[in-house]
Design a protein around this ligand. Structure first.
Ligand SMILES: NC(=O)c1ccc[n+]([C@@H]2O[C@H](COP(=O)([O-])OP(=O)(O)OC[C@H]3O[C@@H](n4cnc5c(N)ncnc54)[C@H](O)[C@@H]3O)[C@@H](O)[C@H]2O)c1
Length: 379
Protein backbone atom coordinates (compact mmCIF):
# COMPACT_ATOMS: atom_id res chain seq x y z
CA UNK A 1 0.00 0.00 0.00
CA UNK A 2 1.33 3.42 -0.99
CA UNK A 3 2.40 5.70 1.83
CA UNK A 4 1.42 8.74 -0.21
CA UNK A 5 -1.39 11.01 0.94
CA UNK A 6 -4.62 10.05 -0.82
CA UNK A 7 -5.83 13.28 -2.40
CA UNK A 8 -9.23 14.13 -3.87
CA UNK A 9 -9.87 17.11 -6.14
CA UNK A 10 -12.96 19.28 -6.48
CA UNK A 11 -12.96 21.36 -9.68
CA UNK A 12 -9.77 21.81 -11.69
CA UNK A 13 -11.19 20.04 -14.76
CA UNK A 14 -9.68 20.08 -18.24
CA UNK A 15 -11.07 23.53 -18.99
CA UNK A 16 -9.79 25.14 -15.81
CA UNK A 17 -6.88 27.47 -15.19
CA UNK A 18 -5.43 26.07 -11.99
CA UNK A 19 -6.14 22.32 -12.31
CA UNK A 20 -2.91 21.45 -14.12
CA UNK A 21 -0.88 23.50 -11.66
CA UNK A 22 -2.25 21.62 -8.65
CA UNK A 23 -2.00 18.18 -10.26
CA UNK A 24 1.66 18.67 -11.19
CA UNK A 25 2.47 20.30 -7.86
CA UNK A 26 0.85 17.44 -5.92
CA UNK A 27 2.99 14.93 -7.80
CA UNK A 28 6.31 16.76 -7.81
CA UNK A 29 7.64 15.60 -4.45
CA UNK A 30 5.94 12.17 -4.52
CA UNK A 31 3.86 13.01 -1.49
CA UNK A 32 0.35 12.59 -2.91
CA UNK A 33 -1.70 10.16 -5.01
CA UNK A 34 -4.68 11.75 -6.73
CA UNK A 35 -7.33 9.08 -6.19
CA UNK A 36 -10.60 10.70 -7.23
CA UNK A 37 -12.85 13.73 -7.14
CA UNK A 38 -15.42 15.85 -8.93
CA UNK A 39 -13.73 17.68 -11.79
CA UNK A 40 -16.79 19.32 -13.29
CA UNK A 41 -20.49 19.85 -12.58
CA UNK A 42 -21.25 18.24 -15.91
CA UNK A 43 -21.13 14.43 -15.59
CA UNK A 44 -19.84 13.70 -19.11
CA UNK A 45 -17.00 16.21 -18.82
CA UNK A 46 -16.29 14.95 -15.31
CA UNK A 47 -15.89 11.31 -16.29
CA UNK A 48 -14.16 12.08 -19.58
CA UNK A 49 -11.55 14.18 -17.82
CA UNK A 50 -11.03 11.59 -15.07
CA UNK A 51 -10.38 8.95 -17.77
CA UNK A 52 -7.95 11.29 -19.46
CA UNK A 53 -5.84 11.69 -16.34
CA UNK A 54 -6.15 8.04 -15.32
CA UNK A 55 -8.48 8.24 -12.33
CA UNK A 56 -10.58 5.15 -11.68
CA UNK A 57 -14.23 5.87 -12.56
CA UNK A 58 -15.20 4.25 -9.22
CA UNK A 59 -13.78 7.29 -7.46
CA UNK A 60 -15.36 9.94 -9.73
CA UNK A 61 -18.49 11.39 -8.16
CA UNK A 62 -21.40 13.53 -9.36
CA UNK A 63 -20.97 16.12 -6.59
CA UNK A 64 -19.02 16.75 -3.40
CA UNK A 65 -21.78 15.55 -1.04
CA UNK A 66 -21.87 12.18 -2.81
CA UNK A 67 -18.09 12.09 -2.78
CA UNK A 68 -17.95 12.58 0.99
CA UNK A 69 -20.68 9.98 1.60
CA UNK A 70 -19.07 7.34 -0.63
CA UNK A 71 -15.52 7.98 0.59
CA UNK A 72 -16.66 7.54 4.20
CA UNK A 73 -17.84 4.04 3.29
CA UNK A 74 -14.29 3.05 2.28
CA UNK A 75 -11.86 1.55 4.81
CA UNK A 76 -9.76 4.29 6.41
CA UNK A 77 -6.57 3.15 4.66
CA UNK A 78 -8.19 3.70 1.24
CA UNK A 79 -10.26 6.80 1.93
CA UNK A 80 -9.17 10.25 0.76
CA UNK A 81 -7.18 12.02 3.49
CA UNK A 82 -7.12 15.48 1.96
CA UNK A 83 -9.13 17.25 -0.71
CA UNK A 84 -8.09 20.19 -2.90
CA UNK A 85 -10.81 22.73 -3.70
CA UNK A 86 -10.18 24.36 -7.09
CA UNK A 87 -13.65 25.59 -8.03
CA UNK A 88 -14.90 29.17 -8.48
CA UNK A 89 -14.90 31.09 -5.17
CA UNK A 90 -18.58 30.75 -4.18
CA UNK A 91 -18.23 26.97 -3.78
CA UNK A 92 -15.18 27.02 -1.48
CA UNK A 93 -17.07 27.61 1.77
CA UNK A 94 -19.75 24.91 1.48
CA UNK A 95 -17.26 22.34 0.19
CA UNK A 96 -14.62 23.12 2.84
CA UNK A 97 -17.21 23.11 5.63
CA UNK A 98 -18.57 19.67 4.74
CA UNK A 99 -15.07 18.26 4.28
CA UNK A 100 -13.91 19.51 7.68
CA UNK A 101 -17.08 18.24 9.36
CA UNK A 102 -16.29 14.82 7.92
CA UNK A 103 -12.64 14.71 8.92
CA UNK A 104 -10.87 15.48 5.65
CA UNK A 105 -7.91 17.88 5.56
CA UNK A 106 -8.29 20.62 2.95
CA UNK A 107 -6.08 22.43 0.46
CA UNK A 108 -8.15 25.36 -0.80
CA UNK A 109 -7.66 27.95 -3.49
CA UNK A 110 -7.82 31.63 -2.58
CA UNK A 111 -9.83 33.68 -1.86
CA UNK A 112 -10.83 31.35 0.96
CA UNK A 113 -14.56 32.14 0.76
CA UNK A 114 -16.83 34.93 -0.47
CA UNK A 115 -17.28 36.58 2.96
CA UNK A 116 -15.21 37.17 6.09
CA UNK A 117 -17.98 35.61 8.21
CA UNK A 118 -17.73 32.33 6.29
CA UNK A 119 -13.94 32.40 6.60
CA UNK A 120 -14.14 32.78 10.39
CA UNK A 121 -16.56 29.87 10.55
CA UNK A 122 -14.13 27.65 8.66
CA UNK A 123 -11.35 28.73 11.00
CA UNK A 124 -13.31 27.65 14.05
CA UNK A 125 -14.00 24.27 12.40
CA UNK A 126 -10.27 23.86 11.73
CA UNK A 127 -9.42 24.84 15.30
CA UNK A 128 -11.96 22.39 16.69
CA UNK A 129 -11.04 19.47 14.44
CA UNK A 130 -7.24 19.81 14.44
CA UNK A 131 -7.32 19.07 10.70
CA UNK A 132 -4.81 20.64 8.29
CA UNK A 133 -6.04 23.48 6.09
CA UNK A 134 -3.75 25.05 3.49
CA UNK A 135 -4.71 28.06 1.36
CA UNK A 136 -2.81 28.18 -1.91
CA UNK A 137 -1.34 31.64 -2.09
CA UNK A 138 0.90 30.14 -4.75
CA UNK A 139 3.50 32.84 -4.98
CA UNK A 140 4.66 32.33 -1.38
CA UNK A 141 6.07 28.99 -2.56
CA UNK A 142 8.63 30.49 -4.95
CA UNK A 143 12.18 29.65 -3.81
CA UNK A 144 13.35 33.28 -4.11
CA UNK A 145 10.35 34.49 -2.10
CA UNK A 146 11.31 32.09 0.67
CA UNK A 147 14.88 33.33 0.42
CA UNK A 148 13.59 36.91 0.65
CA UNK A 149 11.57 36.13 3.80
CA UNK A 150 14.64 34.52 5.35
CA UNK A 151 16.88 37.47 4.45
CA UNK A 152 14.41 39.96 5.93
CA UNK A 153 14.09 37.96 9.14
CA UNK A 154 17.90 37.71 9.35
CA UNK A 155 18.17 41.51 9.18
CA UNK A 156 19.79 41.68 5.70
CA UNK A 157 17.95 44.93 4.92
CA UNK A 158 17.58 46.24 8.47
CA UNK A 159 14.35 47.44 9.96
CA UNK A 160 11.61 47.50 7.32
CA UNK A 161 10.47 51.04 6.49
CA UNK A 162 8.48 50.77 3.23
CA UNK A 163 6.53 47.97 1.54
CA UNK A 164 5.14 47.98 -2.00
CA UNK A 165 3.36 45.28 -4.00
CA UNK A 166 2.15 45.72 -7.54
CA UNK A 167 -0.02 43.10 -9.26
CA UNK A 168 -0.89 44.13 -12.81
CA UNK A 169 -2.81 42.06 -15.36
CA UNK A 170 -4.57 43.20 -18.54
CA UNK A 171 -6.89 40.27 -19.33
CA UNK A 172 -10.11 42.05 -18.37
CA UNK A 173 -9.52 44.95 -20.76
CA UNK A 174 -10.94 43.15 -23.82
CA UNK A 175 -14.14 42.17 -21.99
CA UNK A 176 -14.89 45.04 -19.62
CA UNK A 177 -16.09 47.59 -22.16
CA UNK A 178 -19.30 45.79 -23.08
CA UNK A 179 -21.90 44.52 -20.62
CA UNK A 180 -22.37 41.42 -22.81
CA UNK A 181 -18.76 40.24 -22.80
CA UNK A 182 -18.57 40.90 -19.06
CA UNK A 183 -20.86 37.89 -18.61
CA UNK A 184 -18.11 35.65 -20.02
CA UNK A 185 -16.27 35.39 -16.71
CA UNK A 186 -17.55 34.25 -13.33
CA UNK A 187 -14.98 36.60 -11.78
CA UNK A 188 -17.18 39.60 -12.68
CA UNK A 189 -20.31 38.00 -11.19
CA UNK A 190 -20.70 38.92 -7.48
CA UNK A 191 -22.73 35.76 -6.86
CA UNK A 192 -19.79 33.60 -7.92
CA UNK A 193 -16.81 35.76 -7.07
CA UNK A 194 -17.79 37.62 -3.87
CA UNK A 195 -17.71 41.37 -3.16
CA UNK A 196 -14.63 42.03 -5.25
CA UNK A 197 -13.08 40.94 -8.52
CA UNK A 198 -9.61 42.49 -8.74
CA UNK A 199 -8.84 42.75 -5.04
CA UNK A 200 -10.35 39.33 -4.31
CA UNK A 201 -8.53 37.67 -7.17
CA UNK A 202 -5.08 39.29 -7.13
CA UNK A 203 -4.97 42.09 -4.52
CA UNK A 204 -5.31 39.37 -1.90
CA UNK A 205 -2.11 37.70 -3.20
CA UNK A 206 -0.29 41.03 -2.75
CA UNK A 207 -1.64 41.47 0.80
CA UNK A 208 -0.67 37.92 1.79
CA UNK A 209 2.75 38.30 0.19
CA UNK A 210 3.63 41.49 2.11
CA UNK A 211 2.68 39.87 5.42
CA UNK A 212 4.49 36.65 4.48
CA UNK A 213 7.73 38.40 3.56
CA UNK A 214 7.95 40.89 6.40
CA UNK A 215 6.05 38.94 9.08
CA UNK A 216 4.43 42.29 9.89
CA UNK A 217 0.68 42.63 10.36
CA UNK A 218 -1.18 45.02 8.09
CA UNK A 219 -3.94 46.60 10.15
CA UNK A 220 -5.25 49.61 8.20
CA UNK A 221 -6.24 50.17 4.58
CA UNK A 222 -7.43 53.13 2.55
CA UNK A 223 -8.65 52.12 -0.89
CA UNK A 224 -9.61 53.77 -4.14
CA UNK A 225 -11.18 51.18 -6.45
CA UNK A 226 -12.03 51.45 -10.10
CA UNK A 227 -15.18 49.96 -11.70
CA UNK A 228 -15.01 51.94 -15.00
CA UNK A 229 -18.77 51.64 -15.69
CA UNK A 230 -21.83 52.28 -13.48
CA UNK A 231 -23.40 48.98 -14.49
CA UNK A 232 -20.26 47.01 -13.59
CA UNK A 233 -20.64 45.80 -10.00
CA UNK A 234 -17.09 44.55 -9.56
CA UNK A 235 -13.78 46.40 -9.11
CA UNK A 236 -11.24 45.69 -11.82
CA UNK A 237 -8.47 47.92 -10.53
CA UNK A 238 -7.48 49.55 -7.26
CA UNK A 239 -4.84 51.43 -5.28
CA UNK A 240 -4.63 50.75 -1.55
CA UNK A 241 -2.58 52.59 1.05
CA UNK A 242 -1.63 50.28 3.89
CA UNK A 243 -0.29 50.63 7.42
CA UNK A 244 1.15 47.93 9.62
CA UNK A 245 0.67 47.63 13.37
CA UNK A 246 4.25 48.89 13.95
CA UNK A 247 3.59 52.00 11.84
CA UNK A 248 5.30 50.85 8.61
CA UNK A 249 3.52 52.31 5.58
CA UNK A 250 3.14 51.00 2.09
CA UNK A 251 0.98 50.47 -0.95
CA UNK A 252 -0.77 47.69 -2.86
CA UNK A 253 -1.54 48.40 -6.52
CA UNK A 254 -3.65 45.85 -8.35
CA UNK A 255 -5.20 45.95 -11.79
CA UNK A 256 -6.85 43.71 -14.36
CA UNK A 257 -7.09 46.53 -16.91
CA UNK A 258 -3.36 47.25 -17.12
CA UNK A 259 -3.55 46.80 -20.88
CA UNK A 260 -0.93 44.47 -22.30
CA UNK A 261 0.27 43.15 -18.94
CA UNK A 262 0.20 39.38 -18.34
CA UNK A 263 0.95 38.47 -14.74
CA UNK A 264 3.16 41.31 -13.60
CA UNK A 265 3.36 40.75 -9.85
CA UNK A 266 6.27 42.58 -8.26
CA UNK A 267 7.12 43.10 -4.63
CA UNK A 268 9.57 45.51 -3.07
CA UNK A 269 10.59 45.66 0.59
CA UNK A 270 12.86 48.47 1.76
CA UNK A 271 14.69 48.55 5.09
CA UNK A 272 17.10 50.95 6.76
CA UNK A 273 20.14 49.14 5.31
CA UNK A 274 18.88 47.85 1.98
CA UNK A 275 16.07 46.79 -0.28
CA UNK A 276 14.85 43.57 -1.95
CA UNK A 277 12.90 43.38 -5.17
CA UNK A 278 11.28 40.34 -6.87
CA UNK A 279 9.25 40.03 -10.06
CA UNK A 280 6.98 37.07 -10.76
CA UNK A 281 7.62 37.11 -14.49
CA UNK A 282 11.35 36.67 -13.78
CA UNK A 283 11.09 34.62 -10.60
CA UNK A 284 14.54 33.07 -10.39
CA UNK A 285 16.11 36.45 -9.71
CA UNK A 286 16.11 38.49 -6.52
CA UNK A 287 17.59 41.99 -6.50
CA UNK A 288 19.43 42.94 -3.31
CA UNK A 289 20.13 46.67 -3.15
CA UNK A 290 22.35 48.24 -0.52
CA UNK A 291 23.35 51.83 0.10
CA UNK A 292 26.53 52.70 -1.86
CA UNK A 293 27.03 49.17 -3.24
CA UNK A 294 26.43 47.53 -6.60
CA UNK A 295 23.10 45.75 -6.90
CA UNK A 296 23.50 42.07 -6.14
CA UNK A 297 21.52 39.75 -8.36
CA UNK A 298 20.76 36.54 -6.49
CA UNK A 299 19.66 33.58 -8.61
CA UNK A 300 17.80 30.41 -7.68
CA UNK A 301 19.44 27.17 -8.76
CA UNK A 302 18.68 23.47 -9.03
CA UNK A 303 15.38 24.11 -10.70
CA UNK A 304 13.66 20.90 -11.73
CA UNK A 305 11.73 21.37 -14.96
CA UNK A 306 11.55 17.68 -15.95
CA UNK A 307 7.96 17.41 -14.81
CA UNK A 308 6.72 20.14 -17.11
CA UNK A 309 4.76 18.39 -19.83
CA UNK A 310 3.56 19.78 -23.12
CA UNK A 311 0.07 19.90 -21.65
CA UNK A 312 1.12 22.27 -18.90
CA UNK A 313 -0.36 25.35 -20.44
CA UNK A 314 -0.93 28.28 -18.14
CA UNK A 315 -1.80 31.78 -19.36
CA UNK A 316 1.15 33.99 -20.41
CA UNK A 317 3.10 35.48 -17.54
CA UNK A 318 3.23 32.27 -15.49
CA UNK A 319 6.82 31.00 -15.74
CA UNK A 320 7.78 27.33 -15.31
CA UNK A 321 8.92 27.88 -11.75
CA UNK A 322 5.31 28.43 -10.65
CA UNK A 323 5.05 24.61 -10.56
CA UNK A 324 7.88 24.53 -8.00
CA UNK A 325 6.13 27.26 -6.04
CA UNK A 326 2.85 25.37 -5.76
CA UNK A 327 4.74 22.11 -5.16
CA UNK A 328 6.53 23.68 -2.19
CA UNK A 329 3.15 24.52 -0.67
CA UNK A 330 1.88 20.97 -1.25
CA UNK A 331 5.11 19.60 0.27
CA UNK A 332 4.68 21.74 3.39
CA UNK A 333 1.03 20.70 3.76
CA UNK A 334 2.06 17.03 3.33
CA UNK A 335 4.42 17.33 6.31
CA UNK A 336 1.57 18.68 8.43
CA UNK A 337 -0.89 16.01 7.24
CA UNK A 338 1.71 13.33 8.01
CA UNK A 339 2.26 14.80 11.51
CA UNK A 340 5.87 15.73 10.72
CA UNK A 341 7.55 18.87 12.00
CA UNK A 342 7.23 21.90 9.74
CA UNK A 343 7.91 25.62 9.73
CA UNK A 344 4.81 27.88 9.60
CA UNK A 345 6.36 29.53 6.52
CA UNK A 346 6.08 26.26 4.53
CA UNK A 347 2.45 26.73 3.56
CA UNK A 348 -0.22 29.40 4.00
CA UNK A 349 -2.75 28.23 6.58
CA UNK A 350 -6.39 28.98 7.43
CA UNK A 351 -5.41 32.19 9.24
CA UNK A 352 -3.92 33.56 6.01
CA UNK A 353 -7.15 32.81 4.16
CA UNK A 354 -9.20 34.44 6.92
CA UNK A 355 -6.97 37.54 6.89
CA UNK A 356 -7.31 37.66 3.11
CA UNK A 357 -11.12 37.81 3.39
CA UNK A 358 -10.88 40.43 6.13
CA UNK A 359 -8.62 42.47 3.83
CA UNK A 360 -10.95 42.19 0.80
CA UNK A 361 -14.01 43.31 2.76
CA UNK A 362 -12.11 46.15 4.45
CA UNK A 363 -10.85 47.43 1.10
CA UNK A 364 -14.35 47.47 -0.44
CA UNK A 365 -15.72 49.13 2.70
CA UNK A 366 -12.98 51.79 2.60
CA UNK A 367 -13.77 52.59 -1.02
CA UNK A 368 -17.55 52.63 -0.57
CA UNK A 369 -17.37 54.87 2.50
CA UNK A 370 -15.55 57.51 0.42
CA UNK A 371 -11.90 56.35 0.64
CA UNK A 372 -11.50 56.30 4.40
CA UNK A 373 -9.12 54.37 6.64
CA UNK A 374 -10.55 51.04 7.80
CA UNK A 375 -8.98 48.95 10.54
CA UNK A 376 -8.56 45.25 9.78
CA UNK A 377 -9.32 43.27 12.89
CA UNK A 378 -6.39 41.12 13.93
CA UNK A 379 -8.09 38.48 16.01
N1 LIG B 1 -3.43 30.55 -6.57
C1 LIG B 1 -3.49 31.14 -7.74
O1 LIG B 1 -2.51 31.73 -8.17
C2 LIG B 1 -4.75 31.07 -8.55
C3 LIG B 1 -4.72 31.29 -9.93
C4 LIG B 1 -5.93 31.18 -10.63
C5 LIG B 1 -7.10 30.87 -9.97
N2 LIG B 1 -7.08 30.69 -8.63
C6 LIG B 1 -8.32 30.35 -7.88
O2 LIG B 1 -8.68 29.02 -8.24
C7 LIG B 1 -10.10 28.89 -8.27
C8 LIG B 1 -10.51 28.37 -9.65
O3 LIG B 1 -10.11 29.33 -10.61
P1 LIG B 1 -9.92 28.94 -12.15
O4 LIG B 1 -9.39 30.15 -12.80
O5 LIG B 1 -9.17 27.64 -12.27
O6 LIG B 1 -11.44 28.74 -12.55
P2 LIG B 1 -11.96 28.06 -13.88
O7 LIG B 1 -13.28 28.65 -14.17
O8 LIG B 1 -10.90 28.07 -14.93
O9 LIG B 1 -12.15 26.51 -13.44
C9 LIG B 1 -13.11 26.12 -12.48
C10 LIG B 1 -13.25 24.60 -12.50
O10 LIG B 1 -14.20 24.21 -11.50
C11 LIG B 1 -15.11 23.28 -12.11
N3 LIG B 1 -16.38 23.36 -11.37
C12 LIG B 1 -17.30 24.36 -11.39
N4 LIG B 1 -18.33 24.05 -10.58
C13 LIG B 1 -18.04 22.84 -10.04
C14 LIG B 1 -18.73 21.99 -9.13
N5 LIG B 1 -19.91 22.32 -8.61
N6 LIG B 1 -18.13 20.82 -8.78
C15 LIG B 1 -16.94 20.46 -9.31
N7 LIG B 1 -16.26 21.23 -10.20
C16 LIG B 1 -16.80 22.40 -10.55
C17 LIG B 1 -15.21 23.70 -13.56
O11 LIG B 1 -15.68 22.62 -14.37
C18 LIG B 1 -13.74 24.03 -13.84
O12 LIG B 1 -13.02 22.84 -14.13
C19 LIG B 1 -10.66 30.27 -7.95
O13 LIG B 1 -11.01 30.32 -6.59
C20 LIG B 1 -9.51 31.21 -8.23
O14 LIG B 1 -9.52 32.38 -7.44
C21 LIG B 1 -5.94 30.79 -7.92
Amino acid sequence: MSKKIRLGILGGGGNSLVGILHRIAAKMHDKYDIVGGVFSRDWDSNIEFANEIGISSRRVYADYEIMIKEELKLPQDQRMQAVSILTPNFLHYSMAKRLLENNFSVICEKPLTTTYEEAKELRSLVDKSGLIFAVTYTYTGYPMIRKMREMISQDAIGEVQKVDAQYYQGWINPIIHSSETRMDTWRLDPKKSGVSCCIGDIGTHAFDMLEYLTQLTIDKVLADLNYLYDDNKMDIDGSILIRCTNGVKGIIRASQIATGENNNFAVMIYGKKGGLKWEQENPRVLYFMQEGKEVQILKSENIDTDLLTEDAKLPPGHPDEIFDAMANIYKGAAKAINHQEYDPGEFPAIIDGVRGMNFIESVVESHKKGNVWITIDNK
